[in-house]
Design a protein around this ligand. Structure first.
Ligand code: B12
Ligand SMILES: C[S@@+](CC[C@H](N)C(=O)[O-])C[C@H]1O[C@@H](n2cnc3c(N)ncnc32)[C@H](O)[C@@H]1O
Ligand code: SF4
Length: 441
């Protein structure tokens, strides 16, 4: 966003990176903004904030205090918590003036340079909310790395591990995931290959040690094989983590990745058909088993991600999904607690499955390291449903933490995992279970 804004001569951009790990308080942030705005007329200053599930609370407090301190410039909000929110944004954020749903780059520049601009995706507080999302012109986005907006080196001069994107959007529509929603509406936008090639060259020159590719699914579309071969051609030596659709991992993909250090991350979520159906996801286990075989044959470490707390799931079926991963000798299995995100099909249909949430400290919501990065924010986790109890959920959580503790060296049998979790789960040793759904009356 900042790189795109800077392309406009008449806009002065002051990025404020606030590290939530330091548990910043709203008053300090507000003081900083007030100082920066000192001497400017209100009409000259906009404060634009990205709202995510982990900072929603802090943003509300910051904008409340900003107004209380007399700040009269415009407050512009965007990001997933805005993009996927229903009407009624003014109620949630009464101090904000403008809400942007969708990709923000083009729209933010328009709003900043023309106060009367009202492009699609923009909702001005107090006017009718027409919904819709801002469009993306992927061909003209400024690169944060090539423009220097995001430094590729740390302060001490060493190269940093980076997040990188080659495309946006996802063609799939999983019921728990926000990617199916307003931002892209299942459209995939590939970034121009010239830009990617120039970025790779910069990463190679600076010896970037790790690139986490944030594309929702890396191995779809027309360019990913070219991206891999260009990384190889230019001699990229760092680690590449990639979100992959398991069924689409084949010899062609692996040939293109040959010689690169790749860590494919494959979302499986569950092996059970009724649970897959509930989240609108098709998992073809025989194709996944074949893909894992190919990865193992090439000695590639890979990761599988599961979710616990899915509609229709039970403690037993979850444990069976874990067992299947162990049977497949998956080197890294991660199991995340289902998070109910606004705008997702599960959020809309939560009552059908009796999905009950609890605000959970992010330390419990997956990886410890992420928890620290989130500064202990509260995440809406599904802890009970018509097919599992609160106690079942706690047991699933224990299994998940055993997996976390044993990453890269998981026990080979589910019996050992359960023993480490101090659990006995009836039916867990069956390879695949009949559905054990206790449907709500
Ligand atoms: C990289 C990443 C991470 C990294 C780095 C996170 C970080 N703080 O930078 C790591 C691995 C640490 C991480 C962790 C987590 N993440 Co994460 N992560 C991502 C990922 C893959 C990419 C983010 C990104 O850069 N996207 C690319 C940019 C272009 O998209 P964008 O951020 O949405 O921004 C666009 C618009 O939203 C809008 N916009 C954004 N801000 C603003 C501001 C204004 C003013 C305007 C006008 C517009 C605007 O314009 C932008 C450009 O078009 C996204 C999924 C995805 N592909 O987007 C998830 C995602 C952001 N993560 C998510 C979650 C839930 C988490 C965790 C809570 C998971 C957990 N259980 O712990 C943690 C929390 C960590 C934390 N507090 O930082 C959710 C957030 C959902 C939400 N409603 O907020 C996402 C969307 C994935 C998902 N669908 O579930 N994550
Ligand atoms: C960054 S996501 C990308 C998934 C990838 N696109 C796929 O479908 O395989 C990585 C993993 O996070 C987990 N995840 C995504 N959304 C989640 C949610 N709402 N609640 C819990 N875990 C979630 C899933 O296990 C998913 O596979
Ligand atoms: S979970 Fe993965 S495949 Fe499914 S919609 Fe989200 S990003 Fe796409």
């Amino acid at each position: 966003l900042a790189a795109c804004l800077r392309a406009h001569r008449f806009v002065d951009v002051v990025p404020l990176d606030i590290d939530l790990a330091n548990e910043p308080d709203a008053a300090t942030i507000v003081e900083h903004v007030v100082q920066l705005a000192r001497g400017c007329r209100p009409s000259e200053v906009d404060v634009a904030i990205g709202v995510f599930i982990w900072n929603d609370h802090l943003v509300k407090s910051v904008i409340r205090q900003l107004r209380a301190r007399g700040f009269r410039g415009r407050i512009i909000l965007g990001g997933p918590q805005i993009s996927y929110a229903d009407r009624g944004l003014e109620l949630a954020f009464p101090e904000a003036d403008i809400f942007v749903r969708g990709y923000g780059e083009g729209v933010l520049a328009q709003i900043a340079t023309d106060p009367a601009a009202d492009p699609p995706g923009v909702h001005v507080a107090g006017t009718p909310d027409c919904g819709g999302a801002a469009a993306l012109d992927a061909s003209s986005l400024a690169s944060p790395w090539l423009t220097g907006e995001v430094p590729v080196r740390s302060d001490d001069g060493s190269a940093r591990a980076l997040h990188w994107e080659t495309k946006r959007g996802c063609p799939f529509a999983c019921g728990f995931c926000q990617h199916r929603g307003a931002l892209a509406n299942r459209r995939v936008f590939e970034l121009p290959f010239d830009r990617l090639r120039a970025e790779i060259s910069l990463f190679v020159d600076t010896r970037v040690p790790e690139l986490s590719i944030i594309d929702p699914v890396f191995n779809v579309g027309s360019a990913y094989l070219l991206v891999l071969s260009d990384l190889r051609r230019q001699g990229f030596g760092g680690l590449l983590s990639l979100q992959c659709r398991g069924e689409l991992i084949d010899e062609t993909f692996l040939d293109a990745a040959e010689g690169l250090r790749v860590l494919p991350e494959v979302g499986v979520q569950t092996i059970h058909e009724p649970e897959c159906r509930a989240v609108n996801r098709t998992n073809r286990l025989c194709l996944l088993e074949r893909a894992f075989e190919l990865l193992r044959a090439r000695g590639i470490t890979f990761m599988v991600t599961l979710i616990y707390g899915l509609p229709g799931q039970s403690l037993t079926t979850f444990v069976q999904s874990v067992r299947w991963c162990l049977d497949q000798r998956v080197p890294i299995v991660r199991a995340f607690p289902l998070m109910l995100l606004p705008g997702t099909a599960l959020h809309t249909r939560r009552e059908e499955w009796g999905l009950a949430t609890e605000g959970h400290d992010s330390h419990k919501a997956g990886r410890e390291s992420l928890g620290r990065a989130s500064g202990g924010c509260s995440l809406p986790l599904v802890v009970e449903s018509s097919t599992f109890s609160r106690d079942d959920w706690s047991q699933m959580e224990r299994v998940s933490s055993v997996l976390q503790r044993t990453e890269g060296r998981h026990p080979s049998t589910i019996r050992e995992v359960l023993a480490l979790a101090d659990l006995a789960v009836p039916g867990a040793s069956q390879r695949r279970a009949p559905v054990l759904a206790r449907r709500a009356a």
